[in-house]
Design a protein around this ligand. Sequence first.
Ligand SMILES: [Zn+2]
Length: 114
Amino acid sequence: MATCMVKNCTATAQSAHLSDGLDEHELQLCPEHLGRAQAGEDWTVVADDAPVVLMGQNHPWNLIASSATYRTEPHCGVVLKLTVVRQGQSTDLDVFVSPDEAEVLTKLLNRHHP
Ligand SMILES: [Zn+2]
């Protein structure tokens, strides 16, 4: 019998077809997580080795606004100002990014740009 694909959930699951607005996904979900997804709660499928569904506190924050300011002291880099939301809750984050990390981030974003 299948196990729920939601991260850290070990309940018995059934097959369900869900649309994320772009694609149709066939997922194995337990009754609780299926109900929450059908009620409109955000869910995201990430695939490393095996696909995992992220929901609730495991769901990634969505970036809704960003800006950056250059900083020279005490270290050169960029301070990213990010506004993120999850489950209707928003947070502002200031993230210092060194030139090395900025390069890594740029490559990651370019590689995974849809
Ligand atoms: Zn579950």
